[in-house]
Design a protein around this ligand. Sequence first.
Ligand code: ADP
Ligand code: MG
Length: 321
Amino acid sequence: MGEFDLIARYFTRPARRSPLGVGDDCALLQPRAGMQLAVSTDLLIEGRHFLSTVDPARLGHKALAVNLSDLAACGAEPLAFTLSLALPRVDEPWLAAFSAGLLALADAHACELVGGDTTRGPLAINITVFGEVPAGQALLRSGARAGDDLWISGTLGDARLALDAFRGLVSLPQDVFDPARLRLETPQPRVALGLALRGIATSAIDISDGLLGDLRHVLQQSGVGATVDSAPACTLLAAARGAWAIERERIEELVFAGGDDYELAFTAPPDRQEAVQAASARSGTPVTRIGVIESQPGLRVIGADGRTLARRFAGFDHFGP
Ligand code: ADP
Ligand code: MG
């Protein structure tokens, strides 16, 4: 099977929302009047961003999910995406599963595959996603203000717990491992929440590299500080009090710095708490208030038992020590 047959079979769908999709030199996108295009891209390399043993359907899902999560963090509505693939060989069962997982999530968000590039090489996946947001209404990292509440969606740490289990660092009972593994392999981007928070949140970011590391970007770009005054509601913390033992320090690391969560961290003025709860209900996404934005720079974290945690948490940095 040649390059063009492969593209035709696995990555060509009729364009519905876009004037022109796969097959020409360019795709054409048509944002609605008054909308800005939100653009984000992510590169996933085998061995660094995913395990070589991962189910290809879940890999297809995750490759798009991490990009949709960036749109969610901007309050943008998915429109279209491109897919660039380096493949070591043409493996049809792999391609069929990968494209099925990818396109199922794409369909769930009405986000069209409109183009890409395909080449031979070590397995790597690059997706660029395009979304629409009303001009001037994108949620940015720079909008947090002293006095704002700090919120997160969902729970944190589960994905990283599954990774620990895959690496043999922790042994989990099946009923904890299974849901944690789903969080790692098939994250659900919080697109509906991002849209519902337009006009309410003052800033937002998606938690891909760990809560505290990502929060630091918001604080720096907004010129503020924060105190995180409660451990984020977390299924792990509850489970940890159960039968299986895992050190509390490790749980705090998973929750505060684990990464791969794809939840949203966002800020909103305290007089918008009801609006935040309404956005949460409207989008079917649980949210928890975890702290407050302050004018004093820096990030202060109070652990579950009330003690201030040492600043041993840094977000995952690909070029860091
Ligand atoms: P060009 O040589 O002009 O870059 P290509 O021959 O690489 O075009 O690709 C042919 C068409 O197939 C283009 O429309 C391109 O966007 C699309 N395409 C290539 N690879 C993919 C892919 N993995 N997924 C979706 N579309 C793809
Ligand atoms: Mg090309």
